[in-house]
Design a protein around this ligand. Structure first.
Ligand code: AHR
Length: 498
């Protein structure tokens, strides 16, 4: 099988905003406690943060990090999470049925972000709280000094304001599982009023209103329309959340998951523009794809025991990812980049231990899951602008999506350095791809790497942490302005060109 890719240098989607490489840390399971934070660990710093994890987060190359939830935020009392640690209350977290010790809070997390070189994206609680708590948190975090809450932050040891630009107005308020969930009408009203008040404090904030928890929600589409009819002029982003998994052994459909993500994005863009046009607004709402990943949710639902115990940082949602999962994740990231003109920000959910690219063992190692690799390589190589290539390739049949293209790809370039990201979705065929790169001015291949394995279900585990890694993509060649590469079956690959 063969494929041809042509590149029109003028077909620019958007300049790259690093926020597309965001991630997510929620107070859930072992993401924070025994994940990024473990005071007794040999690599822990004075705050109790594991520096081996910090190093992996830097290597992953995630930018903005959403915090503190997720479903957790709908019960979050931010005041509990600041001030002297020994005076912080211990609370029940109803979202994940666990005990929250509040030993990590807003100020510690901001310090951890500095170590990792990332930026904070904060969520406010619109499930059990409202406008006043949101305004208080904003004052605590962002006001320089001289007010009750900014002075409290300073007294707590953080002199400089956190200066958080991006704020989520609650989380998944369309989901019956959400503490305090609402109808679209009710949520649209509270989101509009909260946004209006927060912007009265600082009009430069970028606010994210909750969209749908998934494209399979019964309210999908109607939710976005109703919420935006209320909140359009007050917000900047609408959120999208999507998780994928292989179901019933249908690997063919699973490998084409990014077709669902594409449909999701197009539907939300169309709905947002419909509302904007109806309101005669000159503003375009951007998409914040602030939860996306692979999640074996069906299996978690089936295995969920009735659990009356209240535990601190229990092992929850600790999916172990395969090569096939890494290929799908790489493809989802290609899809986000291809839509970067409207998807201006995205967060891989989540970062450590909980459906995460990085795993840790208490007192022991931290290691990379298979999904770590496509994310870290894309984040490192993608520079400048995104260019949407034209791909001529055959299709294969899937039960869920019908005919799906065998190859997907996206290109980035800053004029001197370019990158091509590719997936081969075929389970049986290697595909030779010819990529016409003369419009990129590329004359050499600096790097050619791939994630693939004879066993598509190979995984990295505590016992075998390096079973899957990046391999060289053998045989990649550039001659007469054409790169020729052979993509192995079920693979994700990247080429760096200059
Ligand atoms: O990322 C895990 C959970 O998935 C989040 O808490 C929630 O927002 C979503 O349902």
């Amino acid at each position: 099988t063969k494929a041809r890719i042509s590149i029109d240098r003028e077909a620019v989607v958007a300049p790259i905003d690093r926020r597309i490489f965001g991630s997510f840390v929620e107070h859930l399971g072992r993401c924070v406690y025994d994940g990024i934070y473990e005071p007794g660990h040999p690599t822990a710093n004075e705050d109790g943060f594991r520096l081996d994890v910090v190093e992996l987060v830097r290597e992953l190359g995630s930018s903005t990090i959403r915090y503190p939830g997720g479903n957790f935020v709908s019960g979050f009392r931010w005041e509990d999470s600041v001030g002297p640690r020994d005076q912080r209350p211990v609370r029940r977290d109803l979202a994940w049925h666990s005990i929250e010790t509040n030993q990590v809070g807003v100020d510690e997390f901001a310090r951890w972000l500095k170590l990792t070189g990332s930026e904070l994206m904060m969520a406010v609680n619109l499930g059990t709280r409202g406008i006043e708590a949101a305004l208080d948190l904003l004052e605590y975090c962002n006001h320089p000094s001289g007010t009750a809450l900014s002075d409290q932050r300073i007294a707590n040891g953080t002199v400089e304001p956190h200066d958080i630009k991006m704020w989520c107005l609650g989380n998944e308020m369309d989901g019956p599982w959400q503490t305090g969930y609402m109808t679209a009408e009710d949520y649209g009203k509270i989101a509009a009023r909260t946004a209006q008040a927060m912007k009265a404090a600082d009009k430069t904030l970028e606010l994210v209103v909750c969209g749908s928890s998934s494209s399979s929600m019964p309210t999908f589409g109607d939710w976005e329309r109703t919420v935006l009819e209320q909140a359009y002029e007050h917000v900047d982003f609408i959120s999208c959340h999507a998780y994928y998994q292989e179901r019933g052994g249908d690997l063919a459909s699973y490998l084409a998951s990014s077709l669902d993500m594409q449909y999701f994005i197009e539907t939300v863009v169309a709905t947002a523009d419909h509302v904007g046009n109806k309101l005669k607004s000159s503003k375009k709402i951007k998409l914040s794809f602030d939860e996306w990943n692979i999640w074996y949710l069906d299996e978690h639902r089936e295995s969920e025991e009735v659990n009356d115990e209240w535990r601190i940082a229990p092992r929850q949602l600790e999916d172990v990812y395969s090569v096939a999962d890494a290929v799908v994740l790489g493809n989802l990231l290609i899809t986000l980049l291809k839509n970067h003109d409207r998807v201006a920000s995205a967060s891989l959910a989540q970062l450590v231990n909980v459906i995460a690219p990085i795993m840790t063992e208490p007192g022991g190692d931290a290691w990379r899951q298979t999904t770590f690799f496509p994310f870290s390589v894309t984040s490192r190589l993608a520079k400048g602008e995104i260019v949407k290539p034209r791909i001529d390739v055959g299709t294969y049949e899937t039960a869920v999506y019908g005919a799906a293209p065998l190859v997907d790809s996206v290109v980035t370039t800053d004029g001197s350095n370019s990158a091509v990201f590719l997936v081969n979705r075929s389970q049986t065929e290697s595909i030779e791809v010819q990529i016409a790169v003369s419009e990129l001015g590329a004359t050499s291949i600096d790097e050619a790497v791939t994630v693939w394995d004879d066993d598509v279900y190979a995984k990295n585990t505590l016992a075998d942490q390096n079973r899957v890694g990046l391999k060289q993509l053998e045989g990649a060649a550039l001659a007469d302005g054409v790169v020729t590469v052979t993509l192995p079956p079920v693979s994700w690959s990247a080429l760096a060109l200059s």
